[in-house]
Design a binder for this molecule. Structure first.
Ligand SMILES: *[C@@H]1O[C@H](CO)[C@@H](O)[C@H](O)[C@H]1NC(C)=O
Length: 239
Protein backbone atom coordinates (compact mmCIF):
# COMPACT_ATOMS: atom_id res chain seq x y z
CA UNK A 1 0.00 0.00 0.00
CA UNK A 2 2.73 2.38 1.02
CA UNK A 3 4.76 1.60 -2.08
CA UNK A 4 1.73 2.16 -4.27
CA UNK A 5 0.98 5.46 -2.67
CA UNK A 6 4.60 6.47 -3.06
CA UNK A 7 4.73 5.44 -6.72
CA UNK A 8 1.49 7.31 -7.27
CA UNK A 9 2.82 10.46 -5.62
CA UNK A 10 6.00 10.25 -7.65
CA UNK A 11 4.03 10.03 -10.88
CA UNK A 12 1.73 12.86 -9.85
CA UNK A 13 4.58 15.07 -8.73
CA UNK A 14 6.78 14.57 -11.74
CA UNK A 15 3.83 14.35 -14.14
CA UNK A 16 2.41 17.62 -12.89
CA UNK A 17 5.81 19.16 -13.37
CA UNK A 18 5.85 20.33 -9.77
CA UNK A 19 9.15 21.48 -8.37
CA UNK A 20 11.33 18.41 -7.85
CA UNK A 21 13.49 20.19 -5.34
CA UNK A 22 11.18 22.51 -3.41
CA UNK A 23 13.86 22.79 -0.71
CA UNK A 24 16.15 24.70 -3.05
CA UNK A 25 16.08 28.43 -2.70
CA UNK A 26 16.86 29.75 -6.22
CA UNK A 27 19.78 32.19 -6.36
CA UNK A 28 21.33 34.58 -8.76
CA UNK A 29 24.52 32.80 -9.76
CA UNK A 30 26.77 35.72 -8.88
CA UNK A 31 25.24 35.97 -5.40
CA UNK A 32 27.87 33.92 -3.55
CA UNK A 33 26.22 34.06 -0.14
CA UNK A 34 22.89 32.89 -1.57
CA UNK A 35 24.48 30.02 -3.52
CA UNK A 36 26.44 28.90 -0.47
CA UNK A 37 23.49 28.99 1.93
CA UNK A 38 21.18 27.35 -0.59
CA UNK A 39 23.68 24.52 -1.14
CA UNK A 40 24.09 24.06 2.62
CA UNK A 41 20.31 24.05 3.08
CA UNK A 42 20.03 21.27 0.47
CA UNK A 43 22.33 18.88 2.39
CA UNK A 44 19.70 17.57 4.86
CA UNK A 45 17.41 16.79 1.90
CA UNK A 46 19.94 15.12 -0.38
CA UNK A 47 21.94 13.12 2.18
CA UNK A 48 19.00 10.89 3.34
CA UNK A 49 18.40 10.07 -0.34
CA UNK A 50 15.68 11.19 -2.76
CA UNK A 51 13.88 8.08 -4.09
CA UNK A 52 11.95 10.09 -6.70
CA UNK A 53 15.28 11.13 -8.22
CA UNK A 54 16.85 7.69 -7.69
CA UNK A 55 19.41 9.13 -5.26
CA UNK A 56 20.30 6.61 -2.51
CA UNK A 57 20.98 7.55 1.13
CA UNK A 58 24.47 8.91 1.87
CA UNK A 59 24.37 8.53 5.65
CA UNK A 60 26.01 6.14 5.90
CA UNK A 61 27.66 6.06 2.54
CA UNK A 62 28.61 2.48 1.68
CA UNK A 63 31.81 1.45 -0.08
CA UNK A 64 32.12 -2.24 -0.92
CA UNK A 65 35.90 -2.16 -1.44
CA UNK A 66 38.73 0.36 -1.60
CA UNK A 67 42.38 -0.54 -2.11
CA UNK A 68 45.67 1.21 -1.59
CA UNK A 69 48.61 -0.54 -3.24
CA UNK A 70 51.92 1.21 -2.63
CA UNK A 71 54.26 -1.58 -3.68
CA UNK A 72 55.77 -2.13 -0.22
CA UNK A 73 52.36 -2.03 1.37
CA UNK A 74 48.96 -3.30 0.36
CA UNK A 75 45.84 -2.20 2.22
CA UNK A 76 42.29 -3.22 1.39
CA UNK A 77 39.13 -1.90 3.03
CA UNK A 78 35.92 -3.90 2.75
CA UNK A 79 32.29 -3.10 3.52
CA UNK A 80 33.02 0.38 4.78
CA UNK A 81 30.19 2.53 6.09
CA UNK A 82 31.00 6.20 6.15
CA UNK A 83 29.16 8.61 8.39
CA UNK A 84 29.34 12.38 8.60
CA UNK A 85 28.19 13.84 5.29
CA UNK A 86 24.92 14.96 6.89
CA UNK A 87 27.01 17.31 9.03
CA UNK A 88 29.03 18.78 6.20
CA UNK A 89 28.91 22.50 5.50
CA UNK A 90 29.97 24.51 2.50
CA UNK A 91 32.61 27.18 3.05
CA UNK A 92 32.35 28.23 -0.54
CA UNK A 93 30.33 27.39 -3.64
CA UNK A 94 31.19 29.47 -6.63
CA UNK A 95 29.80 29.25 -10.15
CA UNK A 96 32.31 30.31 -12.75
CA UNK A 97 30.06 30.52 -15.81
CA UNK A 98 32.81 31.73 -18.11
CA UNK A 99 34.84 28.56 -17.46
CA UNK A 100 31.83 26.27 -16.78
CA UNK A 101 33.30 25.31 -13.43
CA UNK A 102 31.72 25.00 -10.00
CA UNK A 103 34.27 25.55 -7.23
CA UNK A 104 33.37 23.95 -3.96
CA UNK A 105 35.02 24.03 -0.56
CA UNK A 106 33.39 21.99 2.15
CA UNK A 107 34.11 20.75 5.63
CA UNK A 108 32.93 17.49 7.05
CA UNK A 109 33.53 15.20 9.99
CA UNK A 110 34.08 11.57 8.98
CA UNK A 111 33.64 8.31 10.81
CA UNK A 112 34.20 5.08 8.92
CA UNK A 113 33.95 1.48 10.01
CA UNK A 114 34.25 -1.84 8.26
CA UNK A 115 37.01 -4.39 7.80
CA UNK A 116 40.59 -4.17 6.54
CA UNK A 117 43.44 -6.33 5.38
CA UNK A 118 46.99 -5.01 5.59
CA UNK A 119 50.22 -6.60 4.36
CA UNK A 120 53.73 -5.26 3.88
CA UNK A 121 55.77 -2.50 5.45
CA UNK A 122 54.97 1.06 6.42
CA UNK A 123 58.06 3.27 6.75
CA UNK A 124 60.19 0.11 7.15
CA UNK A 125 58.00 -1.19 9.97
CA UNK A 126 56.35 -4.55 9.25
CA UNK A 127 52.60 -4.13 9.01
CA UNK A 128 50.15 -6.96 8.92
CA UNK A 129 46.61 -7.53 10.07
CA UNK A 130 43.06 -8.34 9.24
CA UNK A 131 39.87 -7.46 11.11
CA UNK A 132 37.60 -4.58 12.01
CA UNK A 133 38.70 -1.02 11.58
CA UNK A 134 37.47 2.40 12.61
CA UNK A 135 38.72 5.69 11.22
CA UNK A 136 37.61 8.97 12.68
CA UNK A 137 38.28 12.66 12.29
CA UNK A 138 36.38 15.74 13.36
CA UNK A 139 37.17 17.79 10.31
CA UNK A 140 38.37 17.29 6.75
CA UNK A 141 38.33 20.16 4.28
CA UNK A 142 37.66 19.13 0.69
CA UNK A 143 38.18 21.33 -2.37
CA UNK A 144 36.45 20.22 -5.57
CA UNK A 145 36.37 21.85 -9.01
CA UNK A 146 33.58 20.41 -11.13
CA UNK A 147 33.33 21.03 -14.87
CA UNK A 148 29.87 21.08 -16.39
CA UNK A 149 28.08 21.71 -19.65
CA UNK A 150 24.57 22.96 -20.16
CA UNK A 151 22.19 20.60 -21.94
CA UNK A 152 18.63 21.16 -23.17
CA UNK A 153 15.90 18.49 -23.12
CA UNK A 154 13.08 18.00 -25.66
CA UNK A 155 10.81 20.38 -23.80
CA UNK A 156 13.45 23.08 -23.95
CA UNK A 157 14.36 22.88 -20.25
CA UNK A 158 18.02 23.41 -19.50
CA UNK A 159 20.12 21.33 -17.11
CA UNK A 160 23.66 21.29 -15.82
CA UNK A 161 25.49 18.11 -16.70
CA UNK A 162 28.57 17.49 -14.56
CA UNK A 163 31.33 16.06 -16.73
CA UNK A 164 34.55 15.86 -14.72
CA UNK A 165 36.16 16.97 -11.49
CA UNK A 166 39.40 17.50 -9.62
CA UNK A 167 39.75 17.48 -5.87
CA UNK A 168 42.19 17.83 -3.04
CA UNK A 169 41.79 17.75 0.70
CA UNK A 170 43.30 18.95 3.92
CA UNK A 171 43.20 17.01 7.16
CA UNK A 172 42.35 19.78 9.61
CA UNK A 173 41.86 17.71 12.76
CA UNK A 174 43.68 14.61 13.92
CA UNK A 175 42.72 11.39 12.19
CA UNK A 176 42.36 8.32 14.40
CA UNK A 177 43.19 5.20 12.42
CA UNK A 178 42.21 2.22 14.54
CA UNK A 179 42.67 -1.24 13.03
CA UNK A 180 41.87 -4.15 15.34
CA UNK A 181 43.76 -7.42 15.40
CA UNK A 182 47.10 -6.28 13.96
CA UNK A 183 49.49 -9.26 13.79
CA UNK A 184 46.68 -11.59 14.79
CA UNK A 185 46.20 -9.72 18.05
CA UNK A 186 49.89 -9.69 19.12
CA UNK A 187 49.95 -6.46 21.12
CA UNK A 188 53.75 -6.29 21.35
CA UNK A 189 54.20 -6.40 17.61
CA UNK A 190 51.27 -4.06 17.03
CA UNK A 191 52.62 -1.36 19.37
CA UNK A 192 55.22 0.32 17.09
CA UNK A 193 52.72 0.43 14.27
CA UNK A 194 49.94 1.90 16.43
CA UNK A 195 52.42 4.51 17.68
CA UNK A 196 53.29 5.37 14.11
CA UNK A 197 49.59 5.81 13.21
CA UNK A 198 49.18 8.01 16.26
CA UNK A 199 52.24 10.22 15.79
CA UNK A 200 52.63 10.41 12.04
CA UNK A 201 48.92 10.39 11.27
CA UNK A 202 49.06 13.37 8.95
CA UNK A 203 51.58 11.94 6.47
CA UNK A 204 50.39 8.35 6.83
CA UNK A 205 46.66 8.84 6.70
CA UNK A 206 46.94 11.07 3.67
CA UNK A 207 48.21 7.91 1.96
CA UNK A 208 46.31 5.21 3.82
CA UNK A 209 42.97 6.99 3.78
CA UNK A 210 43.27 8.31 0.23
CA UNK A 211 41.27 5.51 -1.45
CA UNK A 212 38.36 6.11 0.92
CA UNK A 213 38.28 9.87 0.36
CA UNK A 214 38.57 9.26 -3.37
CA UNK A 215 35.50 7.02 -3.37
CA UNK A 216 33.50 9.31 -1.09
CA UNK A 217 34.11 12.23 -3.46
CA UNK A 218 33.31 10.09 -6.50
CA UNK A 219 30.04 8.77 -5.09
CA UNK A 220 28.96 12.20 -3.79
CA UNK A 221 29.63 13.77 -7.20
CA UNK A 222 27.65 10.99 -8.94
CA UNK A 223 24.67 11.75 -6.71
CA UNK A 224 24.87 15.50 -7.23
CA UNK A 225 25.16 14.81 -10.95
CA UNK A 226 21.88 12.86 -10.86
CA UNK A 227 20.30 15.69 -8.93
CA UNK A 228 21.32 18.31 -11.50
CA UNK A 229 20.17 16.10 -14.38
CA UNK A 230 16.72 15.88 -12.78
CA UNK A 231 16.27 19.43 -11.54
CA UNK A 232 16.29 22.06 -14.27
CA UNK A 233 18.35 25.21 -14.03
CA UNK A 234 15.15 27.25 -13.87
CA UNK A 235 14.45 25.66 -10.47
CA UNK A 236 17.94 26.49 -9.22
CA UNK A 237 18.64 29.90 -10.63
CA UNK A 238 16.71 33.05 -9.96
CA UNK A 239 16.16 34.83 -13.25
C1 LIG B 1 29.64 1.29 12.60
O1 LIG B 1 29.30 2.48 13.28
C2 LIG B 1 27.91 2.72 13.40
C3 LIG B 1 27.71 4.12 13.95
O2 LIG B 1 28.43 4.33 15.12
C4 LIG B 1 27.29 1.61 14.22
O3 LIG B 1 25.89 1.84 14.33
C5 LIG B 1 27.56 0.28 13.55
O4 LIG B 1 27.07 -0.77 14.36
C6 LIG B 1 29.06 0.08 13.32
N1 LIG B 1 29.25 -1.11 12.52
C7 LIG B 1 30.20 -1.98 12.78
C8 LIG B 1 30.33 -3.12 11.82
O5 LIG B 1 30.94 -1.88 13.74
Amino acid sequence: MKTHLFAFLTVVLTGANAALAPFIKPCKLNDKECVKSSATAAIPFIVPGIPALDIPPSEPLYIKQATSDQGEMKLTFNDMNIYGLSQSTFNNVEMDEAKSVIRIELETPLFANGTYKLEGKILFIPAEGEGNIEIKTDKVKVFIDVKYTTITDKKGDKYWKLISYDYKYDLIKKVYFMPENLFGGDATRAKPLLELFDQSWKELITELGAPIIKDVVKIAIERVKKFFLAVSISELVQS
